[in-house]
Every structure is written in structure tokens, then in C-alpha cells.
Design a protein around this ligand. Structure first.
Ligand code: ATP
Ligand code: MG
Length: 331
């Protein structure tokens, strides 16, 4: 076995539904880069373009959003040489494995998925499609096609990884051992709140983007909901329930203690606190900007990176499907 083959495989992906935000970064991307650079893992990163259709059947923006999303991934440090990046729609084995897996799980189990319940509520979906209900089954195929062992994602995805584990066990028991039973890997900020306190999400519009400029960050920050009991400048605040303080904890650790103390005592007002938070986030994002700009102007290069990733991912996908067909005695 070569050194490369001994590394544990990581599989994680995202839906190309818009530009990347701070939640995507702290919940997943930052972890991907760290694991990639540790050299202990082999990362595979999926563009879940078919998954977009679960909540929006208009496919006209998918390619543009894909290029935007990958520009963000590259800007924060995903190295496509080490970590292939590829589209679900271009590797047909995702759909094939999804079909096989769809027989190994009940609809009742899928209906109990808490992430689905939250999403239906947030997006006000009344009639769910068959494909939307089956979202985690396609995700299980995405992970297991690469025999992924570690899945670094935000907290909302943990129930989906649990379903993947159940499907892997069921397949192995029914047909023969092909798949590992993967584990979720969460960060300390696995559910970053958005400016309205709900989970920061592309589709909800409560985000600060990795690509936002200083002025945009400042403007958005002023809308952030703080402690509702801190009304006047010198009222004492409760940092533990304030989302701006959560942002300070991640993006401004040097000032965290002082801000906590002065918020509690009433010495620090929300406007000043928000200005300092926006400045810290801006400094944090500054190193990514040059690369982000480069890729947003060189989209052909981004597409070439994806196509190269697809060739490499396809090889692994074919290997897995060969084993699947063997144990199932098909073909
Ligand atoms: P959408 O609204 O289209 O579902 P999203 O903003 O929820 O978009 P996803 O593409 O669903 O983003 O998620 C990509 C990755 O980022 C997943 O691993 C997810 O768990 C993680 N993630 C998304 N939002 C957050 C958040 N607020 N905090 C931490 N991690 C997050
Ligand atoms: Mg989401």
C-alpha cells in the first residue's frame, strides 16, 4: 500500500447555492484546510449540484454559483492538487449508488430527520418532493462512493452522517463489506448564528460573506441582533446570549476578555462593540481577498481545476462501484 493510500479519506461537500459565508468557513472549510494540511488525510471535496434541485428546480444559476463557491474554497486554502474538487452531476456513479441505497432505508426514517424538519420550516415548504426527502440518501452515496471515513461538516449535517452510517452498515450486512462506517467531525463553531440569530445560511440571507468588503461587513454588522435587554448605551449586557460576542470569540480572541467584562459592566455600548467586531472580521478575511479576486476574474482556470478533480474522483468512484457490483453479484 502506498503512503497516499494509507491515509484516511475525508469526504465533504457543499451545495452551490451562493457565495460562502462565515458559517461555512468556521463550520466546515477551515476544518477541511486544516485536515488537508495535516497530511494525515486524503480529502475529496464535492460540489453537490444535484442537491441544489431539492429546494430549487431552477438550474440556471448552478454553474455560476459553482464557480463562485470554488473561488472561495481556493481562496481559503483548499489545494486542488492534494484535494480533488468535483461535481456530483458529472460522476454518474453518485446517482447509481443513490438508487441502490434508496432501497436500504425506510421513508419513516427519512421523515424523522431533524435537519429536514428545520429546513421545511425555514423555507416554508409545504409539499415535500420525493427527491428532497431522499436528500440524505444521495449524501450517503456521495460519502461512501469515496469510502470516506471522516466527514467534516457543520452541526446541521450530523443527522445526515448518522443516516449514512446506518446505510453503510445495512449494505455491508446485506451484501458484503464494502463500506467504512464514517464519523462526523465537528469544529468548535459547528453552528454559527447569522445576523438574525438563526443558523447563518445562504438561503436565509442572514450572512456575512467571505467575499464581503469592509464597508459591507460594517453595514451588515450594524443590523446584527444583540441582547434585547441592553437598550441604552450603559445598560449592562449579557455576552453569553449575544451573537456579536460569539463572533468576537472566533474572530477577535485577543479582545474577547475585555469585551466580555466591559459589556457586562455597561462600559461598552453595542455600536462600539459592533465596530470592533466588524474590524476584526475584516482583518481576518483580508488574507483571502487577493486569491478570491484572482479566481473571480479567471473562471476558466476554476473550471479546469474542477474538470481535473473529476478525472481523479471518477477513478475512485469506478473502483467502488466495481466492488459493489461484485458483492451484489450483478454484472
Ligand atoms: P443552504 O441555505 O443553501 O442550505 P448553507 O448556508 O446552509 O446553505 P450548506 O451548503 O448547506 O450551507 O452547508 C455547507 C457546509 O457548511 C455544511 O458542512 C454545513 O454544515 C456548514 N454550515 C452551513 N451553515 C453553517 C453555520 N451557520 N455554522 C456552521 N456550519 C455551517
Ligand atoms: Mg444548508
Amino acid at each position: 500500500m502506498t503512503k497516499e493510500n494509507k491515509k484516511k479519506r475525508i469526504l465533504s461537500g457543499m451545495r452551490p447555492t451562493g457565495k460562502m459565508h462565515l458559517g461555512n468557513f468556521v463550520g466546515a472549510l477551515e476544518n477541511w484546510v486544516e485536515l488537508q494540511n495535516s497530511n494525515k488525510y486524503k480529502n475529496y471535496h464535492l460540489i453537490a449540484d444535484y442537491h441544489v434541485l431539492t429546494t430549487n428546480t431552477d438550474s440556471s444559476d448552478i454553474l455560476d454559483n459553482t464557480l463562485d463557491m470554488i473561488s472561495d474554497w481556493l481562496a481559503v486554502g483548499i489545494d486542488p492538487e492534494k484535494s480533488p474538487i468535483f461535481r456530483q452531476s458529472q460522476i454518474k456513479e453518485h446517482s447509481e449508488l443513490h438508487l441502490i441505497f434508496s432501497m436500504l432505508i425506510t421513508t419513516a426514517r427519512l421523515e424523522r430527520n431533524p435537519t429536514l424538519k428545520e429546513q421545511l420550516q425555514d423555507l416554508k415548504v409545504e409539499n415535500i418532493t420525493y427527491g428532497h426527502l431522499g436528500y440524505p440518501v444521495l449524501q450517503a452515496a456521495d460519502i461512501l462512493l469515496y469510502r470516506g471515513e471522516v466527514v467534516p461538516v457543520g452541526e446541521d449535517q450530523a443527522p445526515h452522517v448518522e443516516i449514512t452510517r446506518e446505510i453503510a452498515r445495512k449494505f455491508n450486512k446485506t451484501y458484503g463489506k464494502v463500506f467504512p462506517v464514517p464519523k462526523t467531525k465537528l469544529t468548535n463553531f459547528a453552528r454559527l448564528p447569522g445576523l438574525d440569530r438563526k443558523k447563518m445560511s445562504k438561503s436565509v440571507g442572514n450572512t456575512i460573506l467571505i467575499s464581503d468588503k469592509k464597508k459591507e461587513i460594517e453595514k451588515k454588522m450594524m443590523k446584527a441582533i444583540t441582547d434585547p435587554k441592553k437598550i441604552r448605551l450603559h445598560d449592562p449586557g449579557r455576552p453569553e446570549i449575544c451573537l456579536v460576542f460569539t463572533y468576537h470569540q472566533k474572530f477577535n480572541p485577543e479582545e474577547e476578555r475585555e469585551i466580555k467584562k466591559n459589556c457586562k459592566s455597561g462600559a461598552l455600548g453595542c455600536v462600539e462593540c459592533k465596530k470592533r467586531c466588524a474590524a476584526a472580521i475584516n482583518d481576518f478575511l483580508a488574507p483571502f481577498r487577493e486569491k478570491r479576486n484572482y479566481y473571480s476574474k479567471n473562471k476558466d482556470e476554476v473550471l479546469d481545476i474542477i474538470k481535473d478533480g473529476e478525472k481523479r474522483a471518477q477513478k475512485v468512484a469506478l473502483e467502488t462501484m466495481k466492488r459493489v457490483h461484485e458483492v451484489m453479484k450483478l454484472g
